[in-house]
Ligand binder design. Sequence first.
Ligand code: NAI
Length: 307
Amino acid sequence: ILRRSYNTKALKHSQRSYSYIQPHASYKVAILGAGGGIGQPLALLVKMSPLVSALNLYDIANVKGVAADLSHCNTPAQVSDFTGASELANCLKGVNVVVIPAGVPRKPGMTRDDLFNINANIVKTLVEAVADNCPDAFIHVISNPVNSTVPIAAEVLKNKGVYDPKKLFGVTTLDVVRANTFVAQKKNLKLIDVDVPVVGGHAGITILPLLSKTNPSVAFTDEEVQELTVRIQNAGTEVVEAKAGAGSATLSMAYAAARFLGRNGVEAVISSELQGLTEFEQKALEALKPELKASIEKGVAFVQKQT
Ligand code: NAI
């Protein structure tokens, strides 16, 4: 429907029949951490969506200018800015989708887990406010370490009695985006056609691309599987090192997060992806489980310790 609505030739020829399938701007989206490296380009991409009627930008600083700037784009979303804890509740009231890229990013030499102590508190506080002000909203957690911040969000929502697992997401789409790009480059394929499922979590070996299930089907040598898997797992570090202290992935992350925004939340858990793995994938899956489990337990314990 969206692709059609942008097809101006078709529109000209059939204005009336297309008018009823015009995308209706009805979603209210809040971005928490909207002044940051991810928040700003993500706000721009969301502002470009014809489905969004309101875009609420929240940060502890520097968000007024971002909102003023974006508000000049002639798309339907009404942009509003909210600064500091006292304005958080107003930012969230009536919102359908909350995206959280608030917190500190990695610097060279850091793992995502090194961010835990700072970002755990930020995510906990923000999700408490979400639970109080828009408990039905879809919540997209970008702040790292995602393997722990999502369990933190889940525990907060459970404590508040508003947890719906279909509406809470850790945004790991960047791993899929990277896997698609690297496979297409390696195999000289048209980028737009390649789809590589990625399972597990979002840190190091917990990121597991299932290259054997690439669509359309592609044959890889063992060396290619090894090389691509390691590159996909460490792609974030490639960016952190290239930025040399100025942060981590922001533009590709904003693209991935904007692509991720869906309509109905989790519709199904596709466990069939985990059937028929290669020996390499099966071993990697077993190897990632203890680390992922430990990161989840760390997040759960962080919230339980404080309640
Ligand atoms: P940044 O430092 O450029 O921006 C973070 C923003 O959060 C800043 O504007 C800051 O003022 C704001 N902030 C800090 N405390 C806040 C609070 N209590 N409430 C609201 N806003 C607050 O960082 P960047 O590059 O935008 O990264 C943000 C997070 O996203 C990091 O934790 C980073 O590790 C993570 N990330 C996640 C990825 C993923 O694939 N899920 C990929 C890349 C980064």
